[in-house]
Write a protein that binds this ligand. Sequence first.
Ligand code: ZN
Length: 68
Amino acid sequence: MKKQILKLTMIALFSSAIFVSCSSEQSSESTEQVVEAAYYCPMKCEGDKTYKEEGSCPVCGMDLVEKE
Ligand SMILES: [Zn+2]
């Protein structure tokens, strides 16, 4: 009977360890997806307007700078 309890405890600890590692991986993935790069014109032709994609400013044609 004691052996069975020990086995169950080991299984519970093992499965919880897997659950913790899985959930931490998922959270790190989701944060990567949430963070979106923003690009802005260094001349601020359109004020604080940012663009989601890298490229050049549609107003002055300068390369957009990534916002940090
Ligand atoms: Zn510009």
